[in-house]
Design a protein around this ligand. Sequence first.
Ligand code: G3I
Length: 323
Amino acid sequence: QAGLLYFGAATDTPGQRERAPYPQSYAQYDAILKSPDEFGQTTPTNGMKWLFTEPQPGLFNFTEGDYVADLAGTTRKLLRCHALVWHNQLAPWVDAANTTWTKATLSAAITRHIRAVAGYYRGRCYAWDVVNEALDEDGTYRKSLFYNVLGEEYIKLAFRVAAEVDPGAALYYNDYGIERPASVKTAGAKRLVKMLKDAGIRVDGIGMQAHLHADVHPSEADLVATGEAYSELVREVAYTELDVRIEMPVNETNLAWQTDAYQAVVGACIKVKKCVGITLWDFYDPFSWVPDVFAGQGAASLWFADFTKHPAYDGMVQTFKKL
Ligand code: G3I
């Protein structure tokens, strides 16, 4: 049984974080990111995605991914690698309107991509998010470019190639909205993983992104139920992109339920034996993806812009102390 291995934070490459006050805040940010007292694991929020790693067909660039991989190396943090096959942040040559794919050409492109990227990072990734967000909100397959051309075969192919290229990495299916036991998307995630296992394909983990908010912040008991259900299928589970967004402005009430939500995740990961870890999807509010996507929402991370901590920080520490 795995047991809790790490608590970490994802981070972006400095050049991608232009919205924040620069470079004044950077030294403080970096000190927290690198501190072994705060985080024992990291993930690149963007740098290993297709857009950056294979900007032109067959031409690979690891500059962005290396920034975080090297940081993990020098600060001795576990590295979770993210993500090999995702419908979003693809290089334009993959999903341009005028690109035509056949089953054969797209299978070859996926294979080449995974061989090159997972091959380059072989031995350094504790885990890989092999396929990311293959499900729609109703739990059926997302009608992505990959699905439209290859059906579920693309999922099998991605896991097969990843297993062959990096036998030591834990291979994950990763998605959002799959944290609650009774949701149709959770059922979809179980179906997807069973489908792989029935085909004799190795899948080691289920990553619950856990982008939580006022309407979706499951109780610890619900999170435990989901984690236990996934544990019947895979060797390990993890919370891979945790944040809890708030309808701005912050006040005592929303910071209190945010604290509850963060604590529930820590409590659940402690209780679910196969839960190996928790990754924050960045830890500093000005670097969070949330305000770009959800107008009027924010303060999803653990550090405010002025580097004071959200109450959720101490809340989580208290929950960890019960370990
Ligand atoms: O590349 C440009 C850069 O040149 C420019 O300087 C910079 C500043 O505006 O923008 C850069 O592009 C942005 C990119 O992040 C890198 O920062 C894109 O506009 C922006 O859309 C992109 O957002 C990322 C998002 O995935 C894309 O869907 C977020 O940072 C990243 O945190 C987010 O992460 C995803 C996970 O991979 C999967 N799960 C959901 C999660 C949140 O959406």
